[in-house]
Structures are given as structure tokens and as C-alpha cells.
Design a protein around this ligand. Structure first.
Ligand code: G
Ligand code: G
Ligand code: MN
Ligand code: NA
Length: 253
């Protein structure tokens, strides 16, 4: 309850910060889009990573107002980049299952996009396989979001307790290859074979493949040979501020 009160205060005091990690096109090597990743700048305690407060935000339901703030801030960033004169950058936003239980998720997203005059195609929703397995609550909402023009992405692909059947039920555009497979892919043949198989499966189903945790030049080379479409990881950039995204863009595009 203590931390819950602190989270409430953090919302009021506007202590959350959104960082953006570049996603790189494997062919052009240009920035294609970004993933939004939240941080809590807690007074007197420095920067708190999401794994240390998102679970509590989910339990307490505070993920709903925090999630709303994430959308508002992401949309401000899109317009900020637009004003800076760089070509539109799609933003991927992580959604917790708890956010699918809120009645007005679609309404909330629609009104934020309409008010800011943002093309829905610039927003990608990232969900995990466990959310996809909760088909009764997630599927109708994802279909609505897809119909609005948003892009749907499966995060941490291949690591959840799930069956592959959701791949045909859900309107999925992107698969994100989990960083646990990428980490050892150059030393562990099983990991490399799993990645190769995910890419074959994904492409056969017309999905765009994004590799996470791309840390080395060797990762880039092997993933490129395997046909991966996009890269995200420290080899290119850590998550950075919306100002720094402009510097990144002007340096590399
Ligand atoms: O940035 P970092 O790698 O520390 O993120 C850790 C986890 O926190 C990731 O699994 C990510 O999905 C989650 N996360 C980051 N930002 C958000 C957010 O805005 N909303 C939700 N629900 N989860 C987030
Ligand atoms: O679970 P999700 O994929 O949403 O979270 C991604 C997490 O991975 C974020 O916390 C982000 O900071 C982190 N991350 C991003 N790139 C790399 C990387 O190249 N290596 C490692 N170890 N972590 C990364
Ligand atoms: Mn993610
Ligand atoms: Na991931």
C-alpha cells in the first residue's frame, strides 16, 4: 500500500518519463520506428525501472492512468518529431493485460489520437503471448484497434505459455524475437535454429520480424542473413529521450 500511495503521488507530480529505443530497418539501416519504455524518476531515489513498479501498477489498477499518460506522452513525441521536420516515426507501446480489462481502452486511445490529429498507423500495440492467450478479453479489443488502423505486435515471442493457434485468430502484424534467443545465437546452435524457424514461420504468415537485444555486429550479420526485417538493441541505441531521437535520426538517416 505504501508503494501504491507513492505511485499515485508520482502520477500527480508527473514523475514518469518515456524513453524511446530506435528500431532499425535491416535493409536500409535507417531508423524505422521506436519502442516507448517508461521510467519513474522518483524524487530522492533516482530512476526506477519498469520491472520495479509496473507489476504493482497492474495489481493496484494504477496501470490504467499510467497507461493513459503513456499514450498521451507518446502522441506528444510524435508531434514533437513532426514539428522538428523528421519523417513520421511509428511508436510501439507496451500494454498490460489489466489495460484490456478497462472498459474504455479503445475509447481512450481513439480520443487521444483524434485530439492530437495522429494517424493511427503510427501507433503499434505490443502485447505478450499471455495476453493473446486470454482471447475472451483481448481479441475483440485488438480487432477494434486493428480496424482503427493501429498495428499489433507480439512481444517476447516464443517465451510465453501459449499455443501457436493465436497466430491465426489474432490480427497480428509484427513478431518480436525475444532477446533471450538473440543473446546466445552466435554460440548456441539451438538458439540460432529457433530464430531461423521463427523467421520462416513469421514470413510464411506475412508477419514482420523484429529482433530484440541486438547487441553486436555479429548479431546484426547473422540476423540479416536469416532474413530478419528489423533490429532493436544496444548495438544501435539504448532507450533515449525524444530530443535524442532527433539527434539519432539526423545522424543516421
Ligand atoms: O525498459 P525495460 O527493458 O527495463 O522494460 C522492462 C519491461 O517493462 C518490459 O517488459 C516492458 O514491456 C515493460 N514496460 C516498459 N514500458 C512500459 C509501459 O509503458 N507500459 C507497460 N505496461 N509496460 C512497460
Ligand atoms: O519486454 P520488452 O521487450 O518490452 O522490454 C525490452 C527491455 O529490454 C527494455 O527494458 C530495454 O531497456 C531492454 N533492452 C533493449 N535493448 C537491449 C539490449 O540490446 N540488450 C539488453 N540486455 N536489454 C535490452
Ligand atoms: Mn516491448
Ligand atoms: Na521483449
Amino acid at each position: 500500500l505504501e508503494t501504491e500511495a507513492l505511485l499515485r503521488k508520482a502520477i500527480k507530480k508527473n514523475e514518469f518519463v518515456l524513453l524511446y529505443q530506435p528500431q532499425i530497418d535491416a535493409v536500409t539501416k535507417e531508423i524505422f520506428g521506436v519502442e516507448a519504455l517508461i521510467r519513474w524518476h522518483r524524487e530522492g531515489h533516482g530512476i526506477i525501472p519498469p520491472n520495479d513498479f509496473i507489476p504493482l501498477a497492474e495489481e493496484s489498477g494504477l496501470i490504467v492512468p499510467i497507461g493513459k499518460w503513456v499514450f498521451e506522452e507518446a502522441v506528444r513525441a510524435i508531434n514533437f518529431w513532426k514539428d522538428a521536420g523528421i519523417s513520421p516515426l511509428p511508436v510501439s507501446i507496451n500494454l498490460s493485460i489489466r489495460q484490456f480489462y478497462q472498459a474504455e481502452l479503445v475509447q481512450m486511445i481513439t480520443s487521444i489520437l483524434t485530439e492530437a490529429n495522429i494517424d493511427p498507423a503510427l501507433i503499434t500495440i505490443e502485447i505478450t503471448e499471455s495476453i493473446a492467450m486470454d482471447a475472451t478479453s483481448a481479441l475483440p479489443i485488438l480487432k477494434e484497434l486493428k480496424a482503427l488502423g493501429l498495428t499489433i505486435s507480439i512481444d517476447d515471442f516464443g517465451t510465453g505459455y501459449s499455443s501457436l493457434s493465436y497466430l491465426k485468430k489474432f490480427p497480428i502484424d509484427y513478431l518480436k524475437i525475444d532477446q533471450s534467443f538473440v543473446r546466445d545465437m552466435t554460440t548456441n546452435k539451438d538458439d540460432r535454429d529457433i530464430i531461423e524457424s521463427i523467421i520462416l514461420l513469421g514470413h510464411r504468415l506475412n508477419k514482420v520480424l523484429i529482433a530484440e537485444g541486438v547487441e553486436t555486429r555479429e548479431h546484426v550479420d547473422v540476423l540479416g542473413q536469416l532474413g530478419c526485417d528489423m533490429f532493436q538493441g544496444y548495438h544501435f541505441s539504448k532507450p533515449i529521450s525524444k530530443n535524442a531521437i532527433i539527434d539519432y535520426y539526423t545522424t543516421f538517416n
